[in-house]
Design a protein around this ligand. Structure first.
Ligand SMILES: [Zn+2]
Length: 291
């Protein structure tokens, strides 16, 4: 099937009290691993790329590969750009068939951020594309951007309500104690803050920086209203380890199929586990309306 707007299945996940897993991909093998893993779990899935990945692989290549994955597997797949600070890149993504975009104006003053997000919402909604926004700043490293934990700010519930109303975004990423990348210490999520945001904000909530957060906290976050969970680092690590393992045992190996093959299988296993953790296995078969 064609790529779909993810709101169709995020809403369903919300009704059922489960979450949709969204995976950051970097190349052909990771796209295949996510699509195959999700298809085996019969789960709708969001495949996403940061602007850094678009620079590395090219928007056209990524979009073409994900479209093929979507046609090949009988599950709803959405293609999303993650943490995009540029309006022009958003336009490029939409032109190339992305069905969802995240505009990240978190480095701008509140008023400018709101104006930028609103502009993206107007454009995206006019062509049926979903928009994710973020308020508060999630710490850690994403692409080349690094945010010191001390600079990271938690989402303020009242501000989140005003931001959603002012911009018209479809989903909101919240900063409640997670960070991008590898944790230097055990992350602790602020569930009280999540409950307060849930109380005031109507749109589905998104959790970034979920790699390294223990399973119980993820489940609790989903129960507390998180409908989309972003997973990036937890795919990168097993991929790198699988490749390292090949070269440890066969230092002279030079056939990409021989090291990318195991890497793909390692990623796929994590994809299936995360989908199960999110509770959305089988959800593809409950979405007749959009298939
Ligand atoms: Zn993020």
């Amino acid at each position: 099937m064609a790529l779909v707007n993810p709101l169709s299945f995020i809403q369903k996940a919300r009704e059922k009290g489960v979450a949709i897993a969204a995976f950051n991909v970097h190349n052909l093998e990771t796209i295949q691993a996510v699509a195959e893993g999700a298809a085996e779990e019969r789960a709708p899935v969001i495949i996403q790329t940061t602007p850094g990945t678009l620079k590395h692989a090219g928007i056209e290549y990524i979009a073409a590969c994900v479209k093929v994955a979507s046609e090949k597997h009988d599950i709803p797949i959405a293609l999303h750009v993650d943490h995009c600070p540029s309006f022009n890149t958003i336009v490029q993504c939409i032109r190339n068939g992305y069905t969802s975009v995240m505009i990240d104006g978190s480095r701008l003053p509140y008023e400018d951020n709101t104006a930028l997000v609103k502009k993206v919402v107007e454009l995206a909604h006019s062509v049926g594309i979903a928009v994710e926004g973020e308020l508060g700043r999630i710490g850690g490293t994403e692409d080349d951007m690094s945010l010191d934990e001390r600079e990271a700010t938690f989402t303020v519930p009242e501000e989140a309500r005003d931001f959603v109303e002012a911009t018209g975004i479809d989903t909101l990423a919240v900063a409640i104690g997670t960070a991008h990348g590898v944790y230097k210490w055990e992350p602790r999520l602020d569930f009280r803050r999540l409950a307060e945001i849930r109380e005031l904000v109507d749109v589905p909530l998104v959790l970034h920086g979920a790699s390294g957060v223990d399973d119980e906290s993820i489940k609790r976050a989903i129960t507390g209203g998180i409908c989309k969970i972003n997973i990036a680092t937890e795919l990168k690590i097993p991929m790198a380890e699988a490749i390292q393992e090949v070269f440890r045992s066969r230092p002279d190996e030079n056939d990409p199929r021989k090291y990318m093959g195991p890497a793909k299988e390692a990623v796929k296993e994590v994809v299936r586990n995360k989908i199960r953790l999110c509770g959305c296995s089988g959800l593809a078969d409950e979405l007749e309306g959009i298939r």
